[in-house]
Design a protein around this ligand. Structure first.
Ligand SMILES: *Cc1c(COP(=O)(O)O)cnc(C)c1O
Length: 467
């Protein structure tokens, strides 16, 4: 073991507490496996350790090195060798770029962190590849198989499926609204050729699918009988995994850009991705600023410019993975904003949950600012970026180019490959971007298990196909 590792190995005292403070604090794997805390809160580390200084001195470091050092600060349950194996399985061979998250330079002080080199060509692979391997590890340790159930409107479901396809001891049941997700996203879920994956189209909307999933998780007897597990955007391991690439981006940045008030600009929906960057900032990442880039569903834009949280209707946009009404990871930010006052977090989240519009007490946007892009903005930004830099961005990434402050260095997080959205790109610049992994899918036969949109039918299906 190289000496610099010794200081970061084993933090047997690291615990994860609920943002609502009344549930018991847990170790890493237990907090990971629980998803939501029993008191309804989300797990956060009890303290935020500093990343070792030698990894922040401006030199380049490999993704695997940074991932190991970062996760060593939190993972109370794996030996260094086990952790290295988890990282190798998650990020080597599964990503199609040797840098895992390469940083492209578009101009002197303008960079794009490409987070779309994983199996489903979107940034969610960073979290869900690790989650898949942690589930496998949990199954091996406990000797108990699990069945994963979720509903998806696109990206999360396919990233979860690719994190778990072919793994021992787990079957995956993903519900989605038939005919309402993109053809390519559907192929990513239905063409895996893995026997443990059950994509289930249902008649109805995403909310109908979500409701069935909720009902089945609420049936505690059934839940226990089939060892039902969830994959959702609030999982602790996903948020932690997403912090690593901020350090990676920083370590690849030229010195001049490191010294020019660097900002990370993040296409945002549920607030998971940008929250990870902000936590990295608390752990020593020398970023000055974070920009929340939303589409027309601009609840977070309004919150961070006015301090008022007001939910509205969800509108379909050209950046569909950011079409949200409730930014579920916002609760973690609120916890830090309220200095760990769990009862106040609970009170505010309950009000938000009941649809009340709410002004956050003493709200201070701090290191954050926000922008919002209409569909027209998205199309014209894709065109403009192509003309200026000869670079094609997907519609989510396009939002991050809105109103850029070019007096500082900017690192844009690119959350998806443009080939996933060929129609929008074609409308903007008259080109159809392609990707070999998507072309390969077109030669495979989709496998689906359509069911009636009733929890009873889905329950019977799971009972028949469970692992
Ligand atoms: C999920 C997703 C987002 C939004 O990320 P959050 O963590 O929910 O803020 C942005 N872009 C793409 C392509 C996504 O799949």
């Amino acid at each position: 073991m190289p000496p610099q590792h010794e200081t970061t190995l084993f933090f047997p005292t690291m615990k994860f507490q609920s943002t609502r403070s009344t549930s018991e604090a847990l170790g890493f794997l237990d907090a990971f496996a629980s998803g939501l805390a029993p008191d309804g809160g989300l797990y956060v580390p009890e303290s935020l350790p500093q990343m070792p200084a030698e990894l922040l001195n401006g030199d380049a470091h490999s993704y695997a090195t940074l991932a190991f050092e970062f996760l060593s600060l939190f993972d109370t349950d794996h030996s260094p060798e086990e952790l290295k194996t988890l990282i190798t399985r998650s990020y080597e061979g599964t990503f199609d770029d040797p840098a895992t998250a390469p940083l492209r330079q578009l101009a002197d002080d303008l960079f794009v962190l490409e987070l779309f080199h994983g199996p489903t060509l979107a940034f969610k692979d960073f979290g869900l590849q690790l989650v898949g391997n942690l589930f496998e590890d949990q199954i091996r340790r406990s000797g108990k198989p699990i069945n994963v159930l979720g509903a998806t409107s696109g990206d999360t479901g396919s990233a979860a499926i690719h994190g778990l396809a072919g793994k021992e001891g787990v079957n995956v049941f993903i519900l989605y609204p038939k005919g309402r997700i993109s053809a390519l996203q559907e192929r990513q879920m239905t063409c895996t050729e893995a026997a443990n994956i059950f994509p289930i189209p249902i008649e109805g909307s995403f909310d109908d699918a979500q409701l069935i999933v909720k009902e089945l998780f609420g049936d505690l007897e059934f839940k226990a009988e089939v060892a039902l597990s969830a994959i959702n955007s609030i999982n602790l391991a996903r948020v932690l995994a997403q912090a690593i690439y901020y350090f990676h981006a920083w370590s690849q940045l030229p010195a001049a850009a490191q010294n020019n008030k660097p900002a990370f600009v993040v296409p945002t929906g549920n607030f998971g991705n940008i929250l990870a960057g902000w936590l990295a900032g608390k752990m020593g990442l020398p970023a000055e600023h974070f920009v929340i880039a939303t589409n027309r569903n601009d609840i977070l834009y309004r919150l961070f410019t006015t301090g008022t949280y007001e939910t509205g209707e969800v509108h379909a946009s050209l950046a569909p993975s950011m079409d949200i009404q409730v930014a579920s990871n916002f609760e973690r930010f609120l916890f830090y904003h309220l200095k760990g006052d769990g009862s106040q977090v609970a009170e505010i989240m309950n009000k938000i949950g009941s649809g009340e519009s709410l002004t956050i007490p003493n709200f201070d946007a701090g290191a954050f600012s926000a922008t919002h892009s209409s569909d027209e903005d998205i199309t014209s930004l894709i065109r403009q970026i192509y003309e200026d830099f000869d670079y094609i961005v997907d519609p989510h990434t396009a939002c991050a180019f809105k109103d850029l402050d070019r007096s500082r260095s900017n690192i844009i997080l690119s959350t998806a490959h443009p080939a996933k959205f060929p129609d929008t790109i074609s409308d903007a610049i008259g080109q159809h971007p392609t990707h070999p992994s998507l072309e390969k899918l077109k030669q495979r036969t989709p496998v689906t298990y359509e069911q009636a949109a009733q929890s009873g039918a889905i329950r019977d299906f799971i009972l028949a196909r469970r692992v």
